[in-house]
Design a protein around this ligand. Structure first.
Ligand code: ATP
Ligand code: MG
Ligand code: MG
Ligand code: MG
Length: 481
């Protein structure tokens, strides 16, 4: 169907030309002025209906939410705030909308309300902006890796591997629950659940990604990841997208540089390609800030915050240094922590991470060399002990307002060390024979990380709830659409 996109028309100066616009009615005033949006632009185009020529029954159906087609001349607008409008001689109703029942009445809606009608929220300016930024960031990520010669490797979604032995997995099953296979004692044999294998939805493509890197040199994955976290936080989803690069012949420092370069590249891309969207989102946030008491208001606006992130080196400190900083933090700040970090070896809670980033350094921080105890088996053991304890070449990147955005490490490439560690924590080596083969045949130093895509979108859009940056959020009891 031939049509003119609103985004093109708003830039056009071909006055007098006949155009065809199709879109959804946002508002209809004085039986004459339609604000029409077709998704291509955050802005609506004004369609002026020649109501003397338009049948009454059509005028009655130009309701908020209706889809219409309008044909007419593009003219210079006399009204304020818009450059062009369409003087429509024909208006056709493509799809009616019951003005009373349409949930998106023309007024400002709360994000909580919009989350309840997530299937319709795409039509709001806010979500138009958020999902355009999301799209741009996804594109920029592919472009970044492509420019650097990485292979986009598709790792499996259904897998028998549980990656970290960490639990939190969704099972994938072909079991007939009405008539399940049973063992001798009559218990349901879940081992049979995927054509005779026990399988899950992937929690990370890393281990498979390492196989790719140890042949292709540098790969990245970018796909859906699943975690059965029965939690209701503003930072966790049950289904999220993760970017996981893996690089052969690379160490922790290369890994940190790659992550920092990549984050800056994609943020810069969004600043350059989503100017209108980010301006809109900035305005939205500034409105929200006005409702806060002065002391709690953010000093930087969204765009300044993103620029600041580009213009400054991320702070790089070790876990041990971070613990020292947290210990020294003033008593009144300590009170904000649910528990104090006095023991070296404890895992940081998001309140600690946010203290380091937002209060202490006031910029992104890369934390390295965590205690081995609180990190995964595949991370490379450091040569020197700290406080008599083992540490690993891990790195977490912490962002203001977000907390952990990236988790990564140099991988343990020494077979003996890796096997010893697996034995220590009880990870069955035979099940991961394929992983260990990379260490048996031509092992080499390598490193990689996982970036939570939605956490990146949160940071760039300034949204505060992860459910508002993914089109179809999955969280406990929410999987309808
Ligand atoms: P967190 O400590 O926030 O629970 P994690 O340490 O469990 O995260 P990793 O296993 O390190 O997460 O995964 C790598 C990245 O994936 C994280 O740094 C984060 O950006 C993102 N991520 C992890 N879990 C989720 C989730 N449930 N929803 C959205 N993003 C997530
Ligand atoms: Mg987690
Ligand atoms: Mg974590
Ligand atoms: Mg992590």
């Amino acid at each position: 169907i031939k049509r003119d996109k609103v985004s093109d028309l708003l830039k056009s100066t071909e006055f007098g030309k006949e155009v065809t616009v199709m879109g959804w009615v946002k508002t209809f005033r004085n039986n004459q002025f339609i604000a029409l949006n077709d998704g291509s632009s955050l802005s609506n185009i004004q369609v002026v209906v020649d109501f003397e020529n338009t049948a009454n029954e059509i005028l009655k159906k130009i309701n908020t939410g209706a889809a219409i087609k309008a044909i007419g001349k593009l003219v210079e607008s006399v009204g304020k705030g818009q450059s062009v409008e369409v003087k429509a001689t024909t208006v056709e109703i493509l799809g009616e909308s019951d003005a009373e029942r349409y949930p998106l009445q023309p007024k400002k809606h709360s994000l909580e309300f919009l989350r309840e009608i997530a299937h319709l929220r795409f039509r709001t300016t806010t979500f138009n902006a958020v999902f355009k930024v999301r799209n741009a960031l996804a594109f920029a990520i592919h472009q970044f890796f492509n420019e650097r010669g990485f292979f986009y490797l598709h790792t499996p979604i259904v897998t028998a591997s549980d990656a970290e032995g960490a639990g939190e997995m969704f099972r994938v099953t072909t079991l007939d629950f009405d008539n399940p296979p049973r063992d001798e004692e009559g218990k349901v044999n879940f081992k049979e659940d995927f054509f005779g294998r026990s399988t899950n939805l992937t929690v990370s493509g890393q281990l498979e990604g390492e196989l790719g890197a140890m042949a292709l040199g540098q790969i990245y994955t970018f796909g859906p990841t699943f975690r059965a976290e029965n939690s209701n936080t503003t930072r966790h989803l049950a289904e999220f997208w993760m970017i996981e690069p893996e690089v052969a012949f690379a160490d922790l420092e290369d890994n940190m540089n790659l992550a920092e370069d990549m984050l800056k590249y994609v943020i810069d891309y969004a600043l350059k390609n989503c100017e209108k969207e980010l301006e809109f989102l900035k305005g939205r946030l500034l409105d929200e800030e006005k409702n806060k008491p002065q002391a709690e208001r953010n000093e930087l606006n969204l765009i300044e915050k993103l620029r600041f992130c580009l213009d400054n080196d991320f702070e790089r400190i070790t876990y041990t240094e971070a613990i020292e900083i947290l210990r020294r933090s003033k008593p009144n700040q300590k009170k904000q922590f649910n528990y104090l970090i006095d023991e070296w070896g404890a895992d940081l809670q998001s309140e600690h991470e946010r203290y380091l980033v937002e209060k202490h350094f006031k910029k992104p921080v890369i934390l390295t060399n965590y205690p081995a105890e609180i990190k995964s088996f595949y991370m490379r053991q450091d040569d020197e002990l700290v406080n008599g304890k083992k540490t690993v070449s891990a790195m977490d990147i912490l962002f203001p307002g977000i907390g952990e955005i990236v988790g990564g490490s140099q991988r343990e490439e020494r077979l003996d060390r890796l096997e010893a560690r697996m034995d220590e924590i009880g990870i069955p080596k035979d099940e991961l024979y394929w992983y260990l083969d990379t260490r048996r045949y031509g092992s080499a130093p390598h490193a990689g990380f996982g970036l939570g895509f939605e956490r990146l979108v949160l940071f760039v859009t300034g949204m505060t709830n992860i459910r508002d940056v993914i089109p179809f959020p999955r969280f406990p009891k929410n999987a309808e659409f």
